[in-house]
Ligand binder design. Sequence first.
Ligand SMILES: [Cu+2]
Length: 373
Amino acid sequence: MSHFKKLGLSIAIAASLVAFSAPSFSGEALEVGKIGVTAKIQGLERVTQTLVAPPFLPKHDQVAKGGPQIIEMTMDIVEKEMEISPGVFVQAMTFEGSNPGPMIVAHVGDYVELTLKNPKTNTMVHNIDFHAATGALGGGGLTNVAPGQQVILRFKATKAGVFVYHCAPGGVMIPYHVVSGMNGAIMILPRDGLKDEKGNLVTYDKAYYIGEQDWYVPQDKEGKFKRYDAPVMAMGDTMEVMKTLTPTHITFNGKVGALTGENSMTAKVGETVLFLHSQANRDTRIHLIGGHGDLVWRGGSFNDAPATNLETWAIAGDEAAAATYTFKQPGLYAYVNHNLIEAIMFGAAAHVSVEGEWNNDLMEQVQKPGPIQ
Ligand SMILES: [Cu+2]
């Protein structure tokens, strides 16, 4: 063994002895551990994720390149009046000004580091509870911010799946903020990507995030929807409607018709689309009319094998789920909450406009409608 190699070995042994002996000083063990974790995290690459308004997702890799990263992002809390249906206004509370808030994307093993800002023009205390996070009420206990404050929370992504996040500032403010629009979702992908029911890699050509929201808008004696100047002024009347457990409106992405017409989701025949759907407060059931859920991660856990070929998939209140579908026919598809009263009369419907060649083998109108012969 050369002198240099010997020297190197003895340094390694000395270092490992230090490492092993340190925790034996029980009083300092915790401190050493903390420093160790911080040093480990500090050694990771930092990347900034630019959040985008739903139904779109931030730029991301489906299969992680390299090791875990610290993914930094900033969210502004925005209190604002939103028109959820023509002529119907709510005093909304939002992450980043949209309902739902932006989708965050990470991989298992990454650290999500969020700077949450509550501008001083806001009127309420807010926070964030990540269902993907472990401890402190999902981070809610560490992120209460009054108007004019910001906070930085970092959590490790340990569970693969799609998870809701929402504001949870305590007591009746929890449901009030959630049904005022203050919720979104985060997708934590397995480092080696999504897998089908047999364990084979699944990739998608595009992904959409649909956030379903139940709204409880007070009405006057004539049945006209009331309008308020601030969330605190709308609260008393809104709580009375909330207690009926009957929403007045149910939207996909913040407004009746937000994902229809010119704003329809799009795809081409042959493309695989990943649909991510959250409902932070209330049960729903999703159906793609004319298509299927080829692969459905019920409950949103990517560690579980997906269900296959579903017609409708249930999403429990305060849950997000994922489904893929490879489009086989062109045309306009309705993507709905298949309580059809909620879809058609309350607003919980979207469209997917699909381009491509019609396949007569899969479906053909053999005879046009005409007089009975
Ligand atoms: Cu809030």
